[in-house]
Design a protein. Structure first.
Length: 255
């Protein structure tokens, strides 16, 4: 099989590029699981073709039981495997919490608030290390302040796109792609690119409240050429204001 082309020069792939570019080439020469397994340390996760997952066993429960990640030959599972290699503690923590919820509640038509939050972060999450003024603007969804007034402060920030589904989507970037940034007070500084810090921030009680701030990824200064023209941020379909109690009763859900 051959993975879809990935432009590793995009800024959001910078933390992933060194390992990812080589592994993508290896996956093109064979099975994705085999390429990932070849890069895995002896004490790290293992990878196997997806058909090793027994019928009727939950994916998360299988990983917890065996330490093996079932992997299909596609870009989605490739980035999932890449995340396991780069952030094994954080991915293991997500898996432990998911498996514990499945054991407690079973697999039903709804996941429940904690599993919803775990899935959202695992698939679409990001972590941000940034000056407080940027955090304040992000939480307020004050896009002009975040991206225009305080634009120079982004030189002091680091954003890691963690979610493997979002990494997959960013192979074909479009303006509306939005990361859900984990806001973890007390664990914000130096969290980006730090496996132990991300794992420590995954507190189940905190996650169940869905403490995520939506961030349109292509709005990040330096990440997309078009945002150098500040009219880029005038698109209210992407850069949406924070909802008020009044708007919740008159408007459809925005996020």
């Amino acid at each position: 099989m051959s993975l879809p082309a990935i432009d590793w020069t995009h800024p959001w792939y910078a933390p992933w590029r060194v390992r990812g570019e080589a592994l993508a080439q290896a996956a093109d020469r064979g099975r994705t699981a085999g390429a990932l397994q070849g890069a895995a340390p002896s004490t790290g996760p293992r990878f196997a073709p997806h058909d090793r997952l027994p019928a009727g066993e939950a994916y998360e429960a299988f990983i917890l039981r065996t330490g093996t990640v079932p992997t299909r030959d596609n870009l989605h599972d490739f980035f999932n495997g890449l995340a396991w290699l780069a952030f094994p503690r954080a991915k293991r923590r997500l898996n432990e919490l998911q498996a514990a919820e499945i054991a407690r509640r079973g697999v039903g038509p709804t996941r429940g608030p904690l599993r919803d939050a775990l899935t959202l972060f695992d698939e679409n999450g990001a972590v941000l290390d940034a000056p407080p003024v940027l955090w304040q603007a992000l939480l307020a969804r004050d896009w002009q302040r975040l991206f225009v007034t305080e634009r120079a402060r982004w030189a002091q920030a680091r954003l890691l796109v963690f979610g493997h589904a979002l990494l997959e989507k960013l192979a074909q970037p479009r303006k509306g792609l939005t990361a859900h940034v984990l806001h973890a007070p007390g664990a914000v500084h130096a969290i980006a690119n730090d496996d132990a810090s991300i794992a420590a921030a995954l507190d189940p009680a905190h996650l169940a409240a869905k403490p995520f701030a939506p961030l349109p990824v292509l709005g990040v200064p330096g990440w997309w050429a078009a945002n150098a023209n500040f009219c880029f941020y005038d698109d209210s379909e992407v850069f949406r204001p924070r909802r008020t109690p009044e708007s919740r009763t008159t408007s459809p859900a925005l996020y």
